[in-house]
Write a protein of this length. Structure first.
Length: 145
């Protein structure tokens, strides 16, 4: 059983796929997922963003392979009518972030993992970068040993 459930935002997955600036943190997060220490999830919105970006900067084949690889490692949350309604009525300035936040809240995730923590500052779920989460999780594991 996993120690935590985390919602993973687009930026973290793009960091992983494109080996961008925060690649090390994203890779370490996915190592925790692969090791069964953490359950990762995201929304269809994030997957659509990834498909768009990878297709734009590479090609559709690579985008679909990336999505297939991610779907073997993480689950996909539902964004339904009530989730959209909560997002519309929320204090979030970015509608996309609001939809993702409320999907994560409905799924009772423990953390939101993002490259831009201020995107989710209107919520009550703990928001961390991948690096911050890995540092925190590593400390927690050391205490348990």
């Amino acid at each position: 059983m996993a120690d935590a459930v985390v919602f993973i935002d687009s930026g973290v997955m793009i960091d992983l796929l494109a080996k961008r600036e925060h690649y090390a943190g994203a890779a370490a997060l996915f190592e925790l997922i692969d090791g069964g220490h953490v359950d990762g999830c995201t929304t269809p919105v994030v997957l659509a963003n990834i498909d768009y970006i990878v297709t734009k900067y590479s090609n559709r084949t690579k985008a679909r392979r990336a999505l297939q690889a991610l779907l073997k490692r993480i689950s996909v949350l539902t964004i339904d009518h009530s989730t959209v309604r909560m997002a519309v009525d929320s204090a979030f300035t970015d509608f996309e972030d609001a939809m993702q936040y409320y999907a994560a809240e409905k799924a009772a995730v423990d953390f939101i993992i993002t490259s831009n923590t201020k995107d989710y500052s209107k919520g009550s779920i703990t928001v961390l970068t991948a690096e911050q989460f890995v540092d925190l999780h590593g400390s927690t594991q050391e205490l348990e040993e």
